[in-house]
Design a protein around this ligand. Structure first.
Ligand code: F6P
Length: 395
């Protein structure tokens, strides 16, 4: 007989489509198959710190209708690392004399609240940051089953993360829209997509939408080569061009393009703006290469016009794709099966189309959360296929 009678479920890090489908599968499997009690912990680790007020019972009725809904009924937080928690008083964050925040390790409060609530195991859905804390709680004696999450699909420990497929579908639909308007005006449409460190979203979006160029952080690019490929498209019968760029790709001079910096975010800076910068750069380059008539490209395109678009967080919201719903149901259900089979310090992973348990100590071996990072392979099959399709990476 398992000692696990009651489980707590929480979602951490940035949201993405599919979290609710995971919660639903966890609750269904836990209740129907194993007769467990389920508690949702709101706001991830902050919920564990605050205790009872953040805990809600989860039943089949609570989760039955949420399979397709984006977001998470339990809310996300990516700023509440209880092992390094910013101290607060009535004025907000407490700072030292140099203006730096003062941090405390308050992880023991979470452990006390888990015990007080009678929770025997935690199912923690999150990315590397969230799972690093999960690993650390497992070191403190808490049973933990992690579920990997990131829209960027850049985790080495699992073959595919959920939310990625939904984002690609949303992006491809958007590029299909950009194509009709771009075609009408013979324009260059630059489309910026998410992907902080890795270009998987850009690569898949670009291939699936028949782009002319894809720019990703993993492949250094020469802007002249991108410009030449765009020009080739403008001179072809279609007379417009699509460029897909990952937000994490640097500017042509190698510098990161950031939108905002943020206190207490694990990422520190928020990316955004590379699409606009590239659109202006490519437009200026092409318009400076005129023929004797003063035409930038042809009689159809006297002056090149580039426009930049980005769906930004739209990629993370809305309804979840069918494929992600299936993947999430597999992740959530397997998380409980593997936990009940005795994997108590593990993460569920998709490996060769099977759901398996991987020790958290293997997934997150050190405090370098990028140890689990899976970039696009510049020499991999997908990049080669994209090149066969005459997609230019600027290399
Ligand atoms: O890591 C996932 C991700 O969606 C990145 O692609 C993006 O840079 C970042 O999160 C955005 O974070 P936030 O929601 O905090 O703006």
């Amino acid at each position: 007989m398992s000692e696990i009678k009651k489980i707590g479920i929480m979602t951490g890090g940035g949201d993405c489509c599919g979290l609710n489908a995971v919660i639903r599968a966890v609750v269904y499997t836990a209740i129907n198959k194993y007769g467990l009690e389920c508690v949702g912990i709101k706001n991830c680790y902050r919920g564990l710190y605050l205790g009872e007020s953040q805990m809600v019972p989860l039943t089949i009725d609570t989760v039955d209708e949420i399979i397709g809904d984006g977001g998470t009924i339990l809310y996300n937080s990516n700023k509440d690392n209880l092992f390094k928690y910013p101290r607060r008083d009535k004025n907000g964050i407490v700072r030292d004399k140099d203006g730096k925040p003062i941090y405390d390790d308050v992880s023991h409060v979470a452990v006390e609240n888990i015990k007080k609530a009678g929770i025997d195991a935690l199912v923690i859905v999150g990315g590397d940051g969230t799972l690093t804390s999960g690993r650390d709680y497992s070191r403190m004696g808490i049973r933990v089953m992690g579920v990997p999450k990131t829209i960027d699909n850049d985790l080495n420990s699992t073959d595919q993360t959920f939310g990625f497929d939904t984002a690609i579908n949303r992006n491809v639909e958007a590029v299909d829209c950009l194509k009709t308007t771009g075609r009408s005006h013979h324009r260059v449409m630059v489309f910026e997509v998410m992907g902080r460190d890795a270009g998987h979203i850009a690569l898949h979006t670009g291939i699936a939408s028949g782009a002319d160029a894809i720019i990703i952080p993993e492949i250094p690019y020469d802007i002249v080569k991108i410009k030449d490929r765009v020009k080739k498209a403008l001179l072809s019968d279609k007379k417009y061009s699509i460029v897909v760029v990952a937000e994490g790709a640097p500017a042509p001079d190698g510098k990161a393009v950031t939108a905002i910096t943020q206190d207490f975010s694990p990422d520190g800076v928020k990316l955004g703006g590379i699409g606009k910068l590239l659109a202006t750069t490519i437009e200026n380059m092409l318009n400076s290469e005129r023929d004797e008539n003063g035409y930038a490209i042809s009689e159809d395109i006297l002056d090149v016009e580039c426009r930049a678009s980005a769906l930004s967080h739209v990629q993370r919201g809305g309804m979840t794709s069918a494929s992600d719903r299936v993947l999430c149901t597999r992740y959530g259900s397997a998380a409980i099966d593997l936990l009940m089979a005795g994997n108590e310090k593990h993460m569920v992973a998709l490996r060769d189309n099977e759901m398996v348990a991987v020790p958290l100590e293997v997934v997150i071996p050190s405090n370098d959360i990028h140890g689990n990072f899976k970039p696009v392979d510049p020499n991999g099959e997908l990049v080669k296929i994209a090149k066969n399709m005459d997609i230019c990476f600027g290399d």
